[in-house]
Structure formats: C-alpha cells, structure tokens
Ligand binder design. Structure first.
Ligand code: IFG
Length: 483
C-alpha cells in the first residue's frame, strides 16, 4: 500500500472475497464515486455489481464523523464485506483509492480476468499529513493533449495526489487560450521544443481538464510563468518587447534569456487580461505566476515587478503561488512559495524570507523531487543539472526537516515537477514519473513514522504488477526487487 496509511491493523482470520452477487451500497450524494468504482470492477471481474442506496457488500458512506477531516476515511474489510466511511466525498474517494490497492492488481485490468477477488481482512484509519500533494506537468516544452493529461491524472490519482500544477507558458510555447490576446496560442502555441507542431488548450479543453481532475479530487494549479520564461508571449506581440520588436519563436532548451518589459504599462494590461481569464476558468484558489530564472530581468526591476503581478492575481480572487525567487521582495498574504532549491544556501535563505513574511511553502527540492532528473548516468531521458535522482534519493528525505530555520508548520506539502524538455510522449513521461512519484506522494500523505526506505522499497515492488496491468511504462530500477 502506497501511501502507507496512518493506522492499519490486519484481521488475520478474515478474508473478503468479492463474488458475482456482490452489490455496492452508497449514500445518495456519493453516487458518482460508487459508479466509477463499479465501472472499473465490472470491467475486470465481469460481475454485475449493482449500485444501490444504503448498504451493500461494499458500503461507501460519507456520513462519517467530522473528526475524519477533509480527506480522512476509515475502511474495514472482513469476511462479511467492505465498509468505507468518510466525512466528505473527497475522503470517500481517498478510501476507494485504498480499496483499489487492497484488491489484486488484475482488478485494474481493462478486460475480464479470472478470480478469485480477495482482500485480506484489515481495518484502516487514514488521513493525510499534508494538504498539498502535487505533481507538475510542463505542457510548454512539449504539449500534451487533453486525453494525455487525463491519462496522467488517472495514474497520479492512484497515489492520492490532490494538486495538478500545469506549467502552461514558457519560452517554447503558450498553451492556454486567452480571448483578449489570441496570438498567444495562435502563434505562441504553434510550436514546441525541437520545432514540431505545438498545441494549446481552448477554454473548453481547459474546462474539461479541470472537471476531470475534480472527479479525481485533484485541484488544478495553473502557472503563467513571469517575468522570465516568456519568449512565446514576446514572440506573439511586438508591443510587449522593449523595442517593439517581436523575437522569433524559440524551440531550443536554454533558460533565462527572456523577460517581460518591466517598465511598460502594456505589460500589466497584458497580465491583467491573462490572469483574469485564467482565474475565471480555475476553481482552485491558487494561481502560479512563476518568477523563476529571471536572469534577463535587472534585479531591481524584478523586485518592482513581482508585487505588481501579485496584485493582479489577488485582484482576481486567487492566492499567489510562485517559485522561491519571488520571496526576495514583499508577498501578499496567503502566498505559497514553491521551493525548488537543492542544498544551495541562497535558495534556503529565500525560503526563510518567505516564511518570515507569513508565506507557506510547497517543497520541490530539485535534487529529490524533480522527476526530469536522470535516475543514473545512462538514463536515456531527462536532465542532470540537479544531480542524479535514484528512487531512494527521491524518497529518503523529510519535508518537515529539509530546510533549516523553517518551522514544520510552514510546510503546506510537496510537489514533484516533471519538466518536459526531453519528454515528448506519454511513454517517456511514465518512465520518468514511475517509480519515483509514489514516494513523493507518500512523503505528502503518510505519517513521519512510516517513512522508512527498507520497508518502502518492498511496498514499491508490489506496485510493479499493478503497473504491468495498467500498461505503465515504468523504469525497472535495479534498486527495487520487482515482483
Ligand atoms: N529549471 C527551470 C525549468 C526547467 C528545469 C529543468 C525551474 C523552476 C530547470 N525552472 O525549475 O523551466 O528548465 O529541470
């Protein structure tokens, strides 16, 4: 089981066996969760699995005590059946996610399999350590279609991830429709790294993704990276540039060469429109304004820019999220600063500055959580500027103690970014994401006492058959004894 639950007791003499006459009982308002579970199990077992109000062989209830919290649940599996109780739909969904892992891997199959369908007797009481358990998909360097992102959501939700940070703009591509600035996608979204055709999300596409994520109890965090990483926008509108000259589209992979024009009013009219349109389509309360690697923005101008950009995010009712560089200046209340440092003291000081002014942190240490880092020298994909990140390296850290002089209470959670300079299809994405993402998800969910590499690596090995059934192209890291 990954993430390890808060508390689990085996019932050694009990086994639940799903039989063809099984039913699924559910509270009225939780029908969708029951229907989705039924659909998946009907596919793999061939059983009818009718969904009914109230109790069943499997009973799903969201009338549990408030004490279970927003995402908590209790689960009992014994010879008589399975009961999952939560206080919210989200908690019930997290419990059902656990039940999927208690069932044999073949329960994930897309076609009918032979039984038996057994669950070892157990009682579980579970709730997350952190409220922010994220993954980031860079859809700018290489564009991924709505269906590809939905597939990505299916996989990451298996590990109770609850935030999907979409890196929607960068030098190589602008990926979200902005009605008031149409050339951002028409021109700025037309290519990608390597010069092949890019793509972008229409508002209907983005709404589809937000809805699909919500059905998996995942909140989308959109990022419009500023003031650096803006070549796609600058190439689309000459007036955004210092000399009113638009640069060419860029399809290489350097960073730090672009900057919005800090002292032009049009820059803020542009951001006002962009942040308004993105905020309107985003039910989540965070809007990420980037802030990283603004190497071509004079630092004094950068310090003047961030508060003005942040003010526009707040104007449209969102809390600011940004990479840790934004903490060099003042931040609005409620800001979440995303730490992407390694061990460099400068980044750690910025994180401390963020917390000193009341911001909270999401931890994405590049030498631990960057899923585009190579596993080892010979890994054919990915980068290695932050170091080589083995499965163990990615798991063996503690979010509460990573940063010096930062209280554990300032940590909102963790996020694993996947930058896609070298990744242009789902197979490559899966190869870098699995098997490291489940470990980051565990650091975000499980109690500190559960974090132990020697036992985790055995639990991770048990995920292998599940990924085989799901057709996940995971890297069979030699450090794991795959089943
Ligand atoms: N740093 C850049 C990313 C990406 C990454 C690749 C951040 C915040 C290196 N910024 O990480 O755009 O290029 O590992």
């Amino acid at each position: 089981m990954i993430p390890q639950p808060t508390a689990q007791q085996a019932l050694p003499d009990e086994t639940f066996t799903l039989l063809s006459d099984a039913t699924i009982g559910v509270d009225e308002q939780m029908q969708t969760i029951a229907d989705n579970l039924a659909a998946q199990l009907r596919r793999s077992t061939g059983f009818a699995l009718p969904v009914q109000q109230g109790t069943g062989t499997i009973t799903l209830s969201a009338n549990g005590p408030e004490s279970l919290g927003a995402e908590g649940y209790e689960l009992r599996a014994d010879a008589s059946g399975v009961t999952i109780t939560a206080a919210t739909a989200e908690g019930l969904f997290r419990g059902v996610t656990t039940l999927r892992q208690l069932l044999p891997a073949k329960a994930e199959a897309g076609s009918e399999q032979d039984g038996p369908w057994e669950v070892a007797g157990t009682t579980i009481s579970d709730s997350p350590r952190y409220g922010y358990r994220g993954v980031m998909l860079d859809v700018s360097r290489h564009f991924f279609t709505v269906d590809q992102v939905k597939h990505f959501i299916d996989l990451v939700s298996l590990y109770k991830i609850n935030r999907l940070h979409l890196h929607l703009s960068d030098d190589q591509g602008w990926r979200i429709q902005v009605d008031t600035w149409p050339r951002l996608t028409e021109h700025g979204g037309s290519q990608q790294v390597g010069g092949s055709a890019g793509g972008y999300y229409t508002k209907a596409d983005y709404a589809d993704l937000v809805q699909y994520a919500a059905e998996h109890y995942i909140t989308v965090v959109p990022e419009i990276d500023t003031p650096g990483h803006t070549n796609a926008a600058l190439a689309s509108y000459p007036e955004l540039n210092k000399g009113d000259q638009a640069p060419d589209l860029y399809t290489e992979t350097e960073v730090g060469f672009s900057s919005l024009t800090i002292d032009k009013d049009v820059t803020y009219a542009f951001l006002d429109d962009v942040f308004r349109e993105v905020a309107e389509q985003t039910p989540g309360d965070l809007l990420h304004l980037g802030g990283d690697e603004a190497h071509s923005t004079p630092h004094s101008e950068y310090l003047a820019f961030v508060p003005k950009a942040a003010e526009l995010v707040v104007k449209y009712g969102k809390r600011v999220m940004g990479w840790h560089e934004i903490a060099d200046g003042p931040l609005p209340a409620g800001t979440v600063v995303q730490y992407w440092g390694t061990e460099d003291p400068k980044a750690q000081v910025l994180a401390q500055q963020a917390v000193e002014q009341g911001a909270t942190l999401v931890l994405s240490p590049a030498n631990r959580a960057y899923l585009d880092m190579k596993y080892h020298e010979e890994t054919p994909l990915g980068l290695q500027w932050a170091g080589l990140v083995s499965v163990e390296q990615s798991y063996s850290w503690n979010p509460a103690t990573l940063l010096p002089n930062v209280p554990a209470s300032a940590i909102d959670g963790v996020e694993a970014p996947l930058w896609t300079e070298t990744l242009d299809d789902l197979e490559k994405v899966e190869f870098m994401v699995f098997p490291r993402l489940p470990g980051i998800a565990e650091l975000g969910w499980s109690p500190e006492s559960a974090l132990d590499w020697t036992t985790y690596r055995d639990r991770l090995a048990e995920q292998g058959p599940r990924w085989e059934v799901l057709g996940v192209n995971f890297y069979r890291a030699p450090e794991i004894d795959w089943r």
